[in-house]
Design a protein. Sequence first.
Lengths: 397, 155
Amino acid sequence: MSEYTVKDKVAIVGIGETKYYKRGQAPVPEFLLACEAITKAAQDAGIRVKDIDGFSSYSNDRNEATRLAAALDLPEVKLSMMVWGGGGGGVAAAVGNAAAAVAAGYANYVVVFRALAQGQYGRFGQSSPAATIAGVAPGYSNFSAYSAPYGLLAPAHWIALRTRRFMYEHKVKQDALAAIAMASYHHAQFNPRAVMYGRPLTREAYDNSRWIVEPFHLFDCCMENDGAAAVIVTTAERARDLKHKPAYVMAAAQGSGYRTDVAAENSIDYPSANYKTVAPRLYQMAGITAKDVDVAQFYEHFSGGPLMSIVEHGFCHPDEVNEFCTFDNLIAPGGRLPINTSGGNLAECYVHGMELVNEAVRQVRGESTCQVPDAQIALVVSGPLVPRGVSNLLVHG
Amino acid sequence: MAESTTQSYLPPGLAMPVPSPDGVDQGFYDALKRHELTVQRCTKCGTFQFAPELICHKCQSTELQWQKIPGRGRLYSWIRVWNPVHPALKNACPYIVAVIELPQAGGVRMVGNLLGDPMQDFPFDSEVEAVFEDHPDKGFTLVQWKLIQGERRKG
């Protein structure tokens, strides 16, 4: 690998999050959630909030860098970055951008954050009541005049269409989706931060839950929450003098493939999580293969996301999904690939996937509530199936 | 003559499709009103493309036309939607959304509803045919799809 890489030059040194709430239950405005998560991440790192000199986020987070900088009394902002499009596809990309920025010397301490109070603003799962829709609608190409009049209106719908085709081509059973949902809920039972803490999920309850859109039952779908999460990224050199064991960035990758985002469901490679170009780049930068990964945090808007990402990150062949995606294989501490060990978007909190980065850091620090013994390498996969770009990240302890 | 209906599959109230202000898809909507299915095609290199774009993605020519194609396709994927995410759909669930592949137009895909009992099974890769759904009061036509009974193309 050339010297043009962030590998081992950068580390995540602090993590922070607010209390996690059900949608509409946050007692304060979203902006204050952002301030709290950022402040806690700085405290966790052992730096002053005033040491933060850069911001990185995604999905057009409403809480502008300059407003945050003013409110938090930062003396100087050297950098602010937003991943273009992609919703949850931008989580790891926002960390990767921050890593590139500190490696290049643009800023010293970049905070990567996401604050999302769906109770105070629009719900991602509901369609807008607009009277007309033209061509490719602004926002998401998934929602265009070529699809909206047919009731194809929510992320659940297009994720389900892709997942169904994948399941058809590879004879994947509902059991695989159930295993992913149940592993997430299982892990949340050990995590007091989780919104679903104390709410275990049985297979019977899964099967009996209502369909949202086939193949997704209620429990295959992420929650809608209010919360914020943040991490502090700095150079490996600075990291060594700080409070916690650093989580070094091994690799970060982002992007999309050939004609991935063409409206009316015209992605060339349709039954795909869109990692066929992004995952190889990640492993190449890190110099590892899937076999070296100890624990993985897969973004789950819907359980189909982890399902197809597991395949495209090389953990199993597409025709072996039924054998690989079992509850026993997916849980900590002893599963073949423990996934979403905090409960993730399904059962911890939907902070648009940012909470998965915090959990990856906890794992390599050895501080997870579902710790994988001696976890050295943690994978974060952000926004599978999102046509506007996906991303991923590897950290090691 | 292509089949058509004035009975709409979903209740009124969803966003009405209108041509893009840049004119890229005006021809598509005009053809639907004539009950013709068209796909954008490059006059220079012959490439089909959908969704439409102002430029051919293969050769970057801007000389594009709307080519009439047969209203026949293949059921590429479909979902049964149970949760209404729009007020107009409150009493419309379950309904079926399908992605149809058009082998006679370079394999481009279109979205539509699959007509018929939503609780029936719709085998993947089945042959389907177009049904034009007119909305005369609003001045637009949608293309819908239905199974061609008794036929199934191998996947």
